[in-house]
Every structure is written in structure tokens, then in C-alpha cells.
Design a protein around this ligand. Structure first.
Ligand code: SAH
Length: 350
């Protein structure tokens, strides 16, 4: 067991089982032993690799979509924000791609929402030529037009899991089992936040609920409704939560989420219906593959390919395929756009 595992076992012994959300919070963000607090988990040698680390094209195309949306809404002074920026690669690509849009950089202030001190310093290094402000929560973003990206942020937010029984739910709690930490079930009870799922979930179905989503989406959505802007949220997940998607990744492979608390990345699929329902804005949802293809990734990729040979050409072509292909990230990853009721959706969505 890890040091954090020993802490959690002692806590459960003393005060009883904890929600899966509490378990995830401790494992990801414990101030001393948390996964994100203690390391930079990205890159080919890390535990997982994300779209901006796979290819610069991802951030470039996303940046141009945001820029078009900013032009469509009259080029206001605005907040350019990212949630969970990792190494800062996506924001660096967005900024490089938008540098040639007249007036855009002069109109922006750059804001990053990041919990991890280690990753904040990585972001500082990637974005050293820009004036950047960090925040602990979306709540602290300015009341101003908001152009926001979040890639693989929402999957890292802690979830609770409930199993449907008759007219109620049994919650899956983290408890002590014969093998250490594992799942137990509460007695059935009604759950107000899942009342709307009683009509579409057969007996025993597991539904996931992310308690942080309503407040975060209300903060983003109210800024866009009151001041304008656009949010682009990219993640793996489903149109609606349906089944157990809680998983652990360690060294680019699936791991047992209870074996090494604090040393594996813990995630769950994003429930896009819950995100859209919590925002007062207009929204559109598409797949990452369709989004990047509509934005012209094929011709951008061909242009970059002309400057490459040998193994760099091969890895560039593999990266294009990885971002867009149905069997890779193309379909599992979705893009949710939030925008004002009176404005057109950003390019790439339809
Ligand atoms: N967007 C990046 C990184 C994704 S990993 C990329 O695509 O490569 C998730 C990111 O969210 C990390 O930067 C992590 O430190 C941050 N994060 C996780 N939980 C958070 C929370 N509750 N508040 C703020 N940042 C969080």
C-alpha cells in the first residue's frame, strides 16, 4: 500500500466508508501525496498522452475556431481561459495560431485554472512570453467576455457512482475489503440529482454523477450569457452517463484504481448531457474527428507533411490518424461548444 493508501484505510476504519468522489479527490489532489500534486504525468514516458501533446494541429485548429467566434461576436476585449492546462502546450499552440488575427492578442488577458503547483510551473515555462494569471477555480475568472478551452479537464473531476434499484439508488462507496480498498454498496435511497434518470435506467445500471459540474458550468455559462464568448470543452465520454467508466491509468496502461492510491491517474467518462444541462447558454456537441476534419485538419496535415521526412513524417501521419480516426480518439472524444443564444456556433461544430 502507498502512504496515501495507509491514510485512507485509517480514515475509513475511524469514520466509515467514503464516496468515490472523496476517494478520487484524495488520490488526485492530496496536498502531499496526490497524483497531480506530486508529478508531471504527461508525454510519451508518462502515464498518458493528450491531444495537444500528440500534435500542434489540435491547438492550432481550436485556436482558429475560437478566433472566428471572437470575430463573429464583434471582437470584444476578453478573457482567454483554459481549465487544467497540463504542460501549457494547448494554450501555447492557441496563442501561436491566433497571433496573426489582427487585434486579438491586444484584446485578451490570459487566465489559467490549475490546481497543481508543479503543473503551474510547467505552464509558466511554456508561456513565459505572455502575461498569465493563475486561479484555483473558475469562479475567480473575470466578469467579461469569456473564450475558454478545457481539454481532458472534466474527466479528472471526482465522480460519485450510483446503482439503480427499483425507485431509488444504492451508492458505491469506497470501503475496506478482504484485499484492502474496494467497493461497498449503501442501502437504496432516492437521489434528487438523479431523479431525471429514473425513466431511462434499467435495474442495476450504474450512473455516474460529478458533483462539481453544476457550479463550474454555471460560472462559465453566466459569463457567456451576460458578456458573450465561447467555451470549447473536449473530452472522452458519452452523450449521457450510462455504466461504470471509472478507471486508473499508470504508465500508459489500465491499472486497478485501488492498488496504488495517489500513483495512478483516476478518471471517468464525461457526461456531456449533464454539462450542457448545467449551462444557461446555447450548446452544440460533435465528435473530435468530425470537428477537426471540418476545420481542415486534412489539408493542414498535408502541408506540415511536406516539410517532414523519415520517422518524423511517420509520427506526424500517425498523430493525424490518432486525433481523428474512429478507432482512436475520433469518436470517443467529443467537443461541446457553449455560446450565446443569439450567436452562431463556432466553426467546426456543424
Ligand atoms: N489539458 C491538458 C491536461 C489534462 S490533465 C492536456 O490536454 O494535456 C488534467 C489537468 O487538470 C491537469 O493540469 C490537472 O492538474 C488539472 N486539474 C485536475 N483537477 C483539477 C481541479 N480540481 N482544479 C484545477 N485543475 C485541476
Amino acid at each position: 500500500m502507498t502512504p496515501l493508501g495507509d491514510i485512507l484505510i485509517a480514515r475509513i476504519r475511524a469514520t466509515g466508508p467514503i464516496t468515490l468522489a472523496d476517494y478520487m479527490t484524495e488520490c488526485l489532489l492530496h496536498p502531499r501525496y496526490g497524483y497531480y500534486t506530486t508529478r508531471d504525468p504527461f508525454g510519451t514516458a508518462g502515464d498518458f498522452i493528450t491531444a495537444p501533446e500528440i500534435s500542434q494541429m489540435f491547438g492550432e485548429l481550436l485556436g482558429l475556431a475560437l478566433a472566428q467566434s471572437w470575430l463573429d461576436q464583434g471582437s470584444p476585449a476578453f478573457t482567454l481561459a483554459e481549465l487544467g492546462p497540463g504542460r501549457g502546450t494547448l494554450m501555447a499552440d492557441v496563442l501561436r495560431a491566433t497571433r496573426s488575427v489582427p487585434g486579438l492578442h491586444a484584446a485578451m488577458t490570459v487566465h489559467l485554472v490549475e490546481a497543481s503547483p508543479i503543473l503551474r510551473s510547467r505552464q509558466q515555462a511554456s508561456l513565459s512570453t505572455y502575461d498569465v494569471q493563475w486561479h484555483a477555480s473558475v469562479h475567480e475568472l473575470p466578469q467579461a467576455p469569456l473564450y475558454l478551452v478545457a481539454n481532458e479537464f472534466f474527466d479528472a473531476l471526482p465522480i460519485r457512482q450510483f446503482q439503480r434499484v427499483d425507485a431509488g439508488w444504492r451508492e458505491r462507496l469506497v470501503t475496506l475489503t478482504a484485499d484492502g480498498l474496494g467497493f461497498g454498496l449503501t442501502a437504496p435511497a432516492p437521489v434528487a440529482a438523479l431523479a431525471h434518470r429514473l425513466g431511462d435506467t434499467p435495474q442495476d445500471t450504474i450512473v455516474e454523477y460529478c458533483p462539481a459540474v453544476p457550479a463550474i458550468l454555471a460560472d462559465i455559462g453566466s459569463r457567456i450569457t451576460n458578456h458573450g464568448g465561447t467555451a470549447m470543452i473536449i473530452d472522452y465520454g458519452d452523450r449521457i452517463s450510462n455504466g461504470d467508466t471509472f478507471q486508473a491509468m499508470k504508465s500508459n496502461a489500465f491499472a486497478n484504481p485501488f492498488s496504488n492510491p495517489g500513483e495512478a491517474d483516476l478518471t471517468a467518462h464525461v457526461d456531456f448531457a449533464a454539462l450542457a444541462a448545467a449551462s444557461p447558454t446555447a450548446h452544440a456537441l460533435t465528435t473530435q474527428g468530425a470537428f477537426l476534419t471540418r476545420l481542415g485538419i486534412t489539408s493542414r496535415s498535408e502541408r506540415l507533411a511536406r516539410t517532414l521526412v523519415g520517422s518524423s513524417l511517420q509520427s506526424h501521419l500517425a498523430a493525424t490518424r490518432r486525433l481523428t480516426h474512429d478507432q482512436e480518439m475520433g469518436t470517443l472524444f467529443k467537443v461541446l461548444a457553449l455560446f450565446p443564444m443569439a450567436s452562431p456556433p463556432p466553426p467546426g461544430m456543424t
